[in-house]
Design a protein around this ligand. Structure first.
Ligand SMILES: Nc1ncnc2c1ncn2[C@@H]1O[C@H](COP(=O)(O)OP(=O)(O)OP(=O)(O)O)[C@@H](O)[C@H]1O
Length: 291
């Protein structure tokens, strides 16, 4: 049976009158690399900040490595890299690593230094003179220097070119292989999620639409293509989204595959892109309908 590194049960969080999480229930399995996916404003950063203890939930239960999130400091065994990658521009790489050593009880200096300098980054270079990819590598070295059991990364690769993305991905995969770290990683880039993650959580409107093994989720979705009313052939499957407004339209279905006995319709397995984009589009059209 899977053990959870992080779980939310019916968690609510609002900022003044704006609801960020509205009854969010999820599990991040220990040892998984879980991709956290959602449109802008879906609540990904809020979710991570709650788990890191930087925000307090209005209601619901959060469990991080077997305990509620710590208050005023990040829980033992947890690391969190926020979207803006907090680094001090005027420090050198070596001074930044030393800062990590000075501010963390559990600190593996050799490990942090090895990661920070593994791609030829010089310890004497100032952070402000590093490229975005190099800055990300140093930021990742700092969060891994804590030797976390649970590592949360909020869009760590958003501003990186493909080469730098691959380097960061290799560092993360290396850490997972060596230490069995659980990783929760938010991203807008689906190829990043499919390359790195084995599980996913899809957030929309502050709730979890989908969660679990990426392969299992993708295997339970289909694209039904035809010109008529999809409900006449969808059977017990649920219609999630329709692409196109007239003529030949593609419908994303979830559930048992319907038997198609007519040449007017065709059924194909969905891809991860089909699934994620279908749910995001259906969220967006709901938003539109609600005004
Ligand atoms: N400190 C805050 N004050 C007011 N509203 C906030 C605050 N933080 C987040 N929100 C709102 O809560 C919602 C969820 O925001 P959050 O940053 O968690 O989403 P996200 O999925 O991480 O988005 P993005 O992909 O753009 O980073 C958004 O509508 C956002 O405007």
């Amino acid at each position: 049976m899977n053990t959870s590194a992080l779980s939310f049960r019916d968690v609510h969080k609002s900022f003044r009158r704006h609801t960020a999480l509205a009854g969010c229930t999820l599990t991040v399995n220990e040892g998984s690399i879980t991709g956290l996916i959602g449109a802008n404003g879906a609540g990904k950063s809020t979710l991570m900040s709650l788990a890191a203890g930087l925000l307090r939930a209005d209601a619901g239960t959060i469990d991080v490595l077997g305990a509620p999130p710590a208050r005023g400091h990040i829980s033992h065994g947890v690391s969190y890299l926020a979207q803006h990658k907090p680094l001090y521009p005027s420090l050198t790489v070596a001074e930044m690593i030393q800062f990590g050593a000075d501010t963390n009880d559990d600190w593996d200096n050799d490990y942090a230094t090895t990661i920070a300098t593994s791609t030829g980054i010089k310890p004497t270079t100032r952070i402000k003179h590093l490229s975005p990819g190099q800055r990300t590598i140093v930021a990742v070295a700092l969060v891994l220097g804590r030797r976390p059991r649970l590592l949360m990364l909020d869009e760590p690769m958003a501003d990186l070119d493909p080469l730098a993305r691959r380097t960061v991905a290799q560092i993360l995969m290396g850490d997972v292989a060596e230490h069995g770290t659980t990783i929760l990683l938010s991203s807008h880039v689906l190829s990043e999620i499919s390359d790195l993650a084995d599980e996913m959580i899809l957030l929309g409107h502050g709730q979890v639409h989908l969660q679990g093994s990426i392969d299992t989720i993708v295997a339970s979705h289909y694209i039904l293509t035809g010109t008529g009313d999809p409900h006449t052939v969808a059977g017990p499957a649920t219609l999630i989204d329709t692409r196109g407004t007239t003529g030949l339209r593609g419908h994303l279905l979830r559930g048992d595959a319907p038997m198609i006995a007519t040449s007017e319709w065709s059924l194909a397995p969905a891809t991860l892109d089909d699934v994620v984009l279908g749910y995001l589009r259906s969220d967006a059209s709901l938003e539109g309908a609600l005004g």
